[in-house]
Write a protein that binds this ligand. Structure first.
Ligand code: ZN
Length: 446
């Protein structure tokens, strides 16, 4: 039997794994490689306090007692849950609780790691089995609901099992926010979308018996039914596997018990291995035996442990920039700039220059960036000259909040040094850069 290398960060100390080549493989995959594909499960959200409701100590056990249910946890997530009033009530109660908990929760260190990799343009795709929306609320990891391509590009995050943030009509597939129901009546609301429009037309013209409008239900894929967005998801998987060239494939925080997710990993893993890229398992427990042969490296660890290790390493080496060569508008976000970076060789391996996001460079090598703009007559002047159509105001983005006096924040801007900070009202900052306010408050609390 082929032996799969294992890095055990649960029982081994930092000292014991120091210098372990498998640790380098793992960190290289996160820090250096392009085209990262991540398949994530509930393990990346547990530290945010999101209950793992399908496990034996999860939310389900509480509900089972409250509603005196005789069914299993799987039954509660089965498509016929609505046929049984007691199960339906428990299911809907659970979704409501979950919705509230997700709204309260903050993204975990692992989410923020994915965000920073996405910002650097190195994340090819995040396939998430999570319905909590902690990933997709980060701008860099956003998605579309229903899943659609924009300008021929699929969103970076693909929600495999739907989301607790939306409801969909059973009849006309209209999608609405779940929020009003979560704060309102217990009963599932009727649709006011296309099917309700049809009813009005019927009433007026043909005098048919009025059609009954569809019922809205949480847009969460259940067992024994076709998952939401399944056709679009198949197209993305096909695109990622056959057209794009997947780099490292990372499976994190999941047992990979759902057959669809398992097949997805098999397809991507095959292509990644053909490309010479690693296929890495990250979870506190080993993969089950039916996944034998799938992974090139097994890492036993909590997701956040990996995030901490990657961030520690990034701070030291990844922004070891040789020089900054050129710049352009970000093709996906014309208001933001990207800088062409020449990287130093790593372990004797040369890397081609590549574009990186300006704020990522500012984070790692601020002085280089300020000098880069200074050499070009100043950032504001350079941008106005090169992209005159860009409204002067739109080129400014908050880099970090540095200080606070009462209801005003001291703001440092992307591409500008701390010599050019300004004071802005808290109200304005909450509006334009809530994530920066959050980051500042978190830092203050530590
Ligand atoms: Zn409808």
């Amino acid at each position: 039997m082929a032996h799969v290398p294992t890095l055990d960060l649960v029982s081994q100390s930092d000292n014991e794994v120091r210098g372990d080549p498998h640790l380098s493989t793992l960190l290289d995959a996160f820090c250096l490689k392009n085209g990262l594909v991540v398949i994530a499960g509930s393990g990346i959200s547990t530290s945010a306090g999101i209950p793992t409701f399908r496990t034996k100590d999860g939310l389900f056990v509480q509900l089972k007692q409250t509603y005196r249910l005789k069914c299993s946890g799987e039954d509660l997530f089965s498509a016929d849950v609505f046929k049984f009033p007691d199960r339906a009530a428990a299911f809907l109660d659970m979704i409501r609780q979950l919705y509230g908990q997700c709204k309260e929760a903050e993204p975990t260190p692992f989410h923020l790691l994915l965000q920073s990799i996405a910002r650097e343009g190195r994340l090819l795709r995040l396939y998430t089995q999570n319905i909590d929306g902690l990933d997709t609320r980060l701008k860099e990891l956003s998605t579309t609901v229903p899943l659609t391509a924009t300008n021929n590009a699929w969103p970076l995050t693909i929600q495999l099992h739907g989301s607790v943030e939306f409801m969909q009509c059973e009849k006309c597939t209209s999608v609405v926010s779940l929020s009003p129901w979560a704060h309102g009546e217990d009963d599932l609301p009727n649709c006011t979308g296309d099917c309700a429009q049809d009813r009005r037309r019927h009433d007026m013209r043909i005098q048919l018996r009025p059609a009954v409008p569809g019922r809205l239900r949480p847009r969460i894929s259940l067992y024994n039914e076709e998952p939401y967005d399944s056709q679009a998801i198949s197209r993305v998987i096909d695109h990622d596997t056959n057209i794009l060239s997947p780099g490292p494939v990372i499976v994190v925080g999941t047992t990979l018990k759902v057959p669809g997710a398992c097949q997805l990993v098999r397809n991507l893993a095959k292509k990644a291995k053909a490309n010479g890229s690693p296929v890495i398992w990250i979870a506190p427990d080993r993969p089950s035996s039916n996944l034998k042969g799938l992974f090139t490296l097994i890492v036993l660890a909590q997701a956040d442990t990996i995030a901490a290790k990657v961030l520690a390493r990034t701070a030291k080496t990844a922004w070891d920039i040789h020089s900054l060569l050129d710049w352009r508008q970000n093709p996906d976000d014309l208001e933001r700039m990207q800088i062409l970076v020449r990287w130093p060789p790593v372990g004797g391996e040369e890397y081609a220059p590549s574009y990186a996001e300006e704020d990522a460079i500012q984070e790692g090598s601020p002085e280089l960036l300020y000098q880069f703009w200074s050499d070009r007559g100043g950032r504001t002047e350079a941008i106005i000259q090169k992209y005159p159509s860009l409204n002067g105001r739109l080129m400014f983005h908050v880099f970090k909040i540095r200080d606070q006096i009462q209801s005003r924040y001291q703001v440092q801007w992307v591409g500008y040094s701390d010599q050019e900070m300004t004071w802005e009202s808290a109200e304005y900052m909450h509006q334009v850069a809530p994530e920066c306010v959050l980051a500042y408050q978190e830092k203050r609390n530590i």
